[in-house]
Design a protein around this ligand. Structure first.
Ligand SMILES: *Cc1c(COP(=O)(O)O)cnc(C)c1O
Length: 399
């Protein structure tokens, strides 16, 4: 049987069984619902997309997978070329993995070895943010600060090599002053901390982080597994402040197949490029650069560009904002909106208990967690569909 994620199996509510999915709609045997969270934020073009289906079929007819150890292929080469020109600055060197967590692990390993390769073995600490989420593997749990999910890591005692700070400039400056000799990187989910509760912060914090990283020679790592591909209203937050290492996942493959990419800039790459084989990056997920995943990612980027997705996201934000402009309720602590993400934080998680079922009956799939009721809609959503989601949320609080 299936062991489901993030849930107590003993009292788990039976999950909705999906038999078909198309556009923004998920179908069960007897219901049709709008997916308001894009299957963990990945299905940006909607389900069963004809062009993406064609891209995967065409690649499947050539071959589905070959390893990147000693072999290479067009799909991975073309995607890397595309990312090289599409991503800002000199973020040019693409290392593929099969999931976001592993992509972050690779970034952290790169950052550590970047200094080791230059004879600096004392830079073992990582600076990260409070409420950070970077994945569920062990090092990403350590770098994360999501005790509701990762309490098990406490069994190891206090974290030795990670310092967590809040998203204000004085805390940032203080941490750099104190630890800069020992830090290899500062890793952040830029502007929007998703799994940690859709927490939003200002770009000035990232500008200051870039300055301090330059001043003290610390690598800046952006985990844009969730924020990439338009979610914050920016194509990438990396367009505003350029990191040394960028991790993309989730929407990279439009929700078709798990894949991620860890992209390094020239400075990072050069620290590994040497006659000494010990300076190589010793990592290689079995399914890295999977041909189906790469071909879908390529097609997904093409669709994103050709259909002016950034305007679609602006429109989503505008509609969401207008629909919620005068909405208040005593149970609601705060409503936050950024790009294609909306979050209602309530004072007490009890007040959104039962909301999922309520929304299901009205034709919307939504999955609140802890004190957060949020939407991350597919970008192809129509105005009336988006309004329907928001109306159901209002109806819940107003009933
Ligand atoms: C989802 C997520 C990850 C982990 O990605 P997986 O593909 O689930 O391993 C890492 N970082 C962020 C910011 C995420 O939202």
């Amino acid at each position: 049987m299936i062991w489901y994620p993030y849930t107590q199996m003993k009292n788990m509510k039976t999950p909705y069984k999906i038999i078909k999915a198309d556009g923004v709609y998920l179908y069960t045997e007897d219901n049709k619902m709008i997916d308001s969270i894009s299957s963990w934020w990945s299905v940006i073009h909607g389900y069963n997309h004809p062009e993406l289906n064609k891209a995967i079929r065409e690649q499947m007819d050539r071959f589905s997978h070959v390893m990147l150890g000693g072999l290479t292929h067009n799909a991975a080469q073309q995607l890397s070329q595309k990312l090289e020109t599409w991503l800002p600055g000199d973020l040019n060197y693409c290392f593929y993995s099969d999931s976001g967590s592993v992509g972050v692990e690779v970034a952290l390993k790169m950052a550590l070895q970047y200094y080791i390769n230059q004879g600096e073995t004392n830079r073992t600490k990582i600076l990260a943010l409070k409420n950070a989420y970077h994945g569920d593997t062990f090092k990403t749990m350590e770098v994360g600060d999501d005790i509701d999910y990762h309490f098990v890591i406490e069994a190891y005692g206090p974290k030795q090599n990670v310092i967590h700070i809040s998203t204000d400039i004085p805390s940032l400056e203080k941490a750099f002053k104190k630890y800069h000799n020992e830090l290899n990187c500062f890793i952040v989910e830029p502007l929007l901390q998703c799994a940690g509760g859709m927490k939003m912060y200002d770009i000035s914090f990232l500008h200051r982080a870039r300055e301090l990283c330059d001043k003290y020679n610390v690598l800046l790592v952006f985990d844009e597994v969730a924020t990439g591909f338009g979610r914050t209203g920016n194509r990438f937050v990396a367009d505003l402040v350029i990191p040394d290492i960028l991790v993309l996942g989730k929407a990279l493959t439009a929700g078709y197949i798990g894949h991620s990419v860890t992209v390094a800039n020239t400075k990072v790459y050069r620290a590994f490029y040497d006659n000494d084989s010990k300076k190589a990056l010793m990592h290689g997920p079995t399914f890295m650069g999977n041909a189906l995943a790469c071909n879908i990612a390529l097609k997904s980027i093409e669709i994103f560009e050709q259909n002016d997705y950034m305007s679609k996201i602006k429109e989503i934000k505008k509609i969401t904002f207008n629909q919620l402009a005068h909405f208040k309720h005593k149970k609601i602590k705060e409503i936050r909106i950024m790009g294609g993400c909306m979050c209602i934080e309530v004072f007490d998680s009890q007040s959104i208990n039962g909301f999922q079922e309520f929304a299901y009956k009205r034709g919307v799939f939504i999955r609140p967690f802890l004190n957060y009721l949020y939407t991350m809609v597919p970008y192809i959503i129509k105005k009336h569909e988006l309004i329907k989601i928001i109306d159901i949320i209002k109806e819940w609080f107003d009933q």
